[in-house]
Design a protein around this ligand. Sequence first.
Ligand SMILES: Nc1ncnc2c1ncn2[C@@H]1O[C@H](COP(=O)(O)OP(=O)(O)OP(=O)(O)O)[C@@H](O)[C@H]1O
Length: 329
Amino acid sequence: MGCRRRLINPDFRVPSMKVIVIVNPHAKNGMALKKFTRLIPICEKEKIDYWITAAPLDAVHRMKDYLSRHPDEKVIFLGVGGDGTMHELINGAAGFPNALIASISAGSGNDFGRHYSSFPFTEQSLRWLKQWDGKAEKQDSVYFKGDKSGWFVNNLGIGFDALVAYSANQSFLKKWFNRFKLGKLIYAFYLLRHLFRYQPQEMEIWLDGKAHRYKDVWFITAANQPYYGGGMKIAPSANSSDGILDMIIVHQLSRWKFLAVFISVFFGSHLRFKEVEHLSGRKVQIKVFSEAFIHADGEFGGVLSEKSPLWIQLHSKSWNHIRTDKHGS
Ligand SMILES: Nc1ncnc2c1ncn2[C@@H]1O[C@H](COP(=O)(O)OP(=O)(O)OP(=O)(O)O)[C@@H](O)[C@H]1O
């Protein structure tokens, strides 16, 4: 009788995955948490754990702690937030082959979801992940080491764009702009603010052992996937599973032409300008001659100084991603 009951109880027939949802309560000014609150009953019913982060980097520490205590358990971490949240999940999972990453885009930029795919904010997504028994896609990630170190999977920037991102993220105006759903305008505001003061500088790049030197560099982007800054195609041909990093160098432009090039990035047509160089490789070293800001996946990545270079290295197929498909989306 006991045996019969087991056969008809779906909980006994279908092996289920360990799923942990990680929610950034600050993403998109609290919208991510507000929407997630509606999914809490299904998490409780399906025994899906959820962590609402308490502070920046909380997700990284908790994931590392959990994964080191459960080295033999396959775990799906589902990030609910924007690119900053997914950057934390990538760093929390780094070095743990048993971690699988999925996302629900719920931030302001969402370039991670735009490229890697994002699950809809629904109960079905959670149920589908809980019953998931597919094959994860292997994707490339990139390690960087300078003033700070870590991993990125979207892009890393040095120079003007990193300065704009830093200023916008620190600004008290950001919340205010977000409140009126004008979050992207804060970047335009700081772009214009820095445009007429910024001093482009000489930079040296060693790419797979070959040296390249550029004068008056506005910024350099190392791209693992095409999207950047909330939908701009900075590296249209970048592919996150080809083992190659795309390098975009914007240099020797007047301020007005720089603005024109920057706008053309929205349409992916900036590579036609002779001042925009496109290189590719796996191992990069960048040297600056005066201080330059760094961002990694849009998050502050430290300040590069003339004293020591920045090291970047692509690691092929080094993390596991769960893509949405017709069942999950
Ligand atoms: N509990 C928390 N309190 C404050 N900040 C947090 C918390 N959890 C995560 N963060 C930080 O929030 C920042 C923004 O996260 P995310 O990018 O996901 O949201 P967003 O709304 O898209 O923000 P942004 O507009 O800055 O991209 C990240 O730097 C992340 O480290």
